[in-house]
Every structure is written in C-alpha cells, then in structure tokens.
Write a new protein. Structure first.
Length: 135
C-alpha cells in the first residue's frame, strides 16, 4: 500500500468499537494477513496503523487470541452497517496491501464478508472505500 505513510496521520474513524469488536477485528485482520503464510511488512504496518487508530490495547490483543474464527465473524455480524463497511474495506485492503492477491487471503476475506453479512464490494472498491477513511 504505497501511500500508507502519508495516510498514517489522517485516519478518520468516527466509530467506537467495543473490546469484543476490536478483538474480532484484530483476530480477523491477522488471519487474513497470515492466510498466505507470509507476514508481509506492508500488511503488518497497515494492521498496526488501524489497530492504533481504533484504540486496540494489549487486553484487546489478548482477547483476540482467545477467539475462534467463528466467534470473531459472529461479532462482526452484529456490528452496524457502517462498521461492517469499514471492516470489509479494511480487510479487503489487507488482501491488496502486498501487491499480490493471494487466493487464500481472498477466499478468507470473501468468507468473512459473506458470513458477517458485510456490504458487497470488490477488492478494488474496498481500497477506494478504505481510502475514504483517510482525508
């Protein structure tokens, strides 16, 4: 994600996520990042940036480790439509972040978005929507 550095200062998220929601976001973001068995630096930076901006704490990280994939998807499914839109766009951007659309990452993103009933979007749309949170 080539403009990640310039966006670092300007993430606009007007949503408040509960501890459970933050843990679910962390769990799923890391699952997508690691689906291709490659902890890419750009994906790590993107995740770190978003985790910091939504206020993920050590306790939230610990909680995310105790969640199953199903539990995390269930939590996302209970979010508001605008929160689901942000989450789906963020996760899609992780898939694109390293410049290589890995099949495992793509399928996991599609699985999460389907079962959490997130708004439908393409990967290209996810990057555009995610960029809207940066002004």
């Amino acid at each position: 994600y080539r403009s990640l550095r310039s966006l670092r200062q300007n993430l606009l998220i007007s949503m408040y996520f509960t501890r459970e929601e933050k843990a679910a976001i962390v769990h799923l973001a890391l699952a997508i990042q690691l689906a291709d068995d490659d902890a890419n630096k750009t994906e790590t930076m993107l995740n770190s940036l978003v985790f910091a901006r939504i206020g993920v704490s050590k306790e939230d990280l610990d909680y995310s480790r105790r969640m199953s994939l199903k539990e995390a998807v269930d939590v996302v499914s209970q979010m508001t439509d605008s929160e689901k839109k942000f989450v789906a766009a963020f996760f899609g951007t992780i898939v694109l972040a390293d410049g290589n659309v890995d099949t495992a990452e793509l399928k996991l993103w599609q699985f999460i978005c389907t079962f959490a009933e997130c708004p439908t979007m393409s990967l290209a749309d996810s990057a555009k929507i995610f960029a809207e949170y940066f002004k």
